[in-house]
Design a protein around this ligand. Sequence first.
Ligand code: PA5
Length: 473
Amino acid sequence: MDWRDEAWREGLKITLDYNSVTSRFIGENGISKKEIDALLPRAREAREALSKGRSEGIYPFFDLPYQDTSLIKLLADDIAKWAENFVLLGIGGSALGPIALHTSLRHPYHNLLSRRGRGKRPRMFFMDNVDPDAFGSLIEQLNPEKTMSCVVTKSGGTAETMAQFMVVRAIMQKALGKRKLKKHFVCITDPEKGNLRKIVQSERLTSLDVPPGVGGRFSVFTPVGLFPAAVSGIDIDELLAGAADMDRRTKEQNSLENPADMLAMLQYLADRKGRHISVMMPYSSALRDVADWYRQIWAESLGKRLDLKGNIVHTGQTPVKALGTTDQHSQVQLYMEGPNDKIFILLRVESFARELPIPEIYKDIDGMAYLGGHTMAELINAEQAATETALARAGRPSMTIRIPEVRPFTVGQVLYLLEVSTAMAGGLYGINPFDQPGVEEGKILTYAMMGRPGFEEKRAELEKLKKSPEYVI
Ligand code: PA5
């Protein structure tokens, strides 16, 4: 049985448990039924605006689960035949989705496995920074003959990605010569615009498109996420089937039955009640980068100065990622007793690929004997339940996304759910969740500092802002 089978899909349905957000469960710090009901008309408006935009083609991310993946798979399989190393060059939305898919759906030590152990797939490297030490050290390790680079940038001009590309291209050309170079690059960018597209055309490089109208942080189900996933051997059709299943559920008109609406509404209401920080805490190492991906989509989409009417609003919750159980021994003291300014989204995996029994040894030591005979899977889930209960008792709101097991179908549901709830939250806040003027400003200042033609005025502005040595001690 697979994702084509309805009973199989039903058994792998993720759920949103929001008991521990409600005032019924956590008392006056919780959200009441009355507050939820009062928000329903706004939620309906937001939902209708999104449905209208979807039918007019303004929000193409909604329809990504239904694309044809044959070309992506063909290209990926072709590369997997010869490449020992796959290096993704990209940043922000052009890296976080591929990283989240890789960490959650591949072996935790994929790159340490033999080629056979990796399913005859390349080692995977995701380079999303321009730290010269980190970047240089990796490049030095890789044999150019066996290395394939995937340059991902929607705009085709982000300074970090273009610098990475330039460094790698020069090294590859030196090692392989211009003629053999082509085979070693795949570019994923806008189908028409940007410098990378121009290079693709003039140098006849292989490329895949980022569909117009899909922003970086909503691009995990485009070739940006799907191509690296397919190269590493992830079943991308199952992933999209999970997203499609969540699409069906998040089309529900009654917000009380719609997991995306409820997630957005509860986070929005919590923010309005002073929970300005949203902590995502997976109790699963595999899902730790899903929390990192969430951090971007929630922050960049909802952190806005202006609302749709042009009023200054400065909206947005600050998303934080934590990892269970690791951060119970680092952050949870603050979460329990520090400022009550957070709402928690806990991710719980019901069934791990391994149970890992804890041996029944040290039976004569009380503080250890109780562990023997249980499994590590039981322990991590007991800790998740304990944290949820302890937070509730301290009047700290939390929700739990229950995931039957971590596999493409469930990860597809989780990511799509978070995309739709982000779009919904944008509607509740009355802002545009699909732009990122703050990020663009940073990019422009970088161009000015690095001397890019056309940015002289900005550079002059920056020169005037010279720092005073008096304030450096
Ligand atoms: O979500 C976004 O739009 C951003 O985070 C971008 O993905 C990021 O700035 C990288 O941009 P690009 O893909 O154009 O290189």
